[in-house]
Design a protein around this ligand. Sequence first.
Ligand code: SIN
Length: 288
Amino acid sequence: MASLDTTTPEIVPLAGSLGAELHGIDLARLDAAGFALIKRAWLAHKVLRFRGQRLDDDALAGFSERFGPLDKAPIKAAGRTYQPSRPEVTVISNIILDGQAIGGLGAGESIWHTDMSYNDIPPDASVLYSIEVPVGHGDTWFCDMEAVLDSLPPELRAQIEGRSCKHDSSRNSAGELRAGFRASYAPEDQPGAVHPLIRTHPETGRRALFLGRRRNAHVIGLPLAESQALLEALWQHVGTPATTWIQRWQEGDVIIWDNRCTMHRRDEFDPSLRRLMHRTQIQGSRPR
Ligand code: SIN
């Protein structure tokens, strides 16, 4: 297990096992010692926040690349969802320019999910940088999936040991159909990736429940009704106050989360308010 001296003044835990804020760090001017501190803090706290940052896309990608090579942007639904000059930088926004959405996910709720878990090799981490935010709206919630696994009743946990689940690739977390997919599929034909329901973190050795997202999920090897009942029982344990931390955005916030042991969701907000975020994803390894 990664350990960290949380009495260090620059590291302030935000909520129990999940989340910490790092003070006094300029992510655009990070040295090796600063990055080593961030990496240890991230493995210990799963989600980190840095306030007051000023990053262009090169600086955002440069910080993100310290964790590993970057993934390409997710498959788009509507609008342009990445920066043409930096295809690794995803644009998350509800802003419409000349009748065109400049980014993805709009202003609706984005349901609990792990980024791009519909891929065989989902990203290890995501970095989200707020450029323009309506303060008090569009909060992002994080859930500690190691704590969720630990909270499962033993008989429920026993039902998922050794089992895998299909993670649907046809719709994004806002429910929008991605380009190139049909509106519906038979469960056995659902496009996506199959991953273990319990995954082991390759860097800390800790185990976490790995659900991805609820829509069109299917537990492999179970009849549809049994699969639905098992998934419903598991999802009851997601997003409880004891396992959740809520990010209330300010401009210049940078959040990095560990996709191997957390999920996140975003509140819907008034579509007349402007919200603009840039995001990167750090390549991962096959979940085991
Ligand atoms: C995301 O799901 O990656 C975006 C979250 C947000 O818009 O706050």
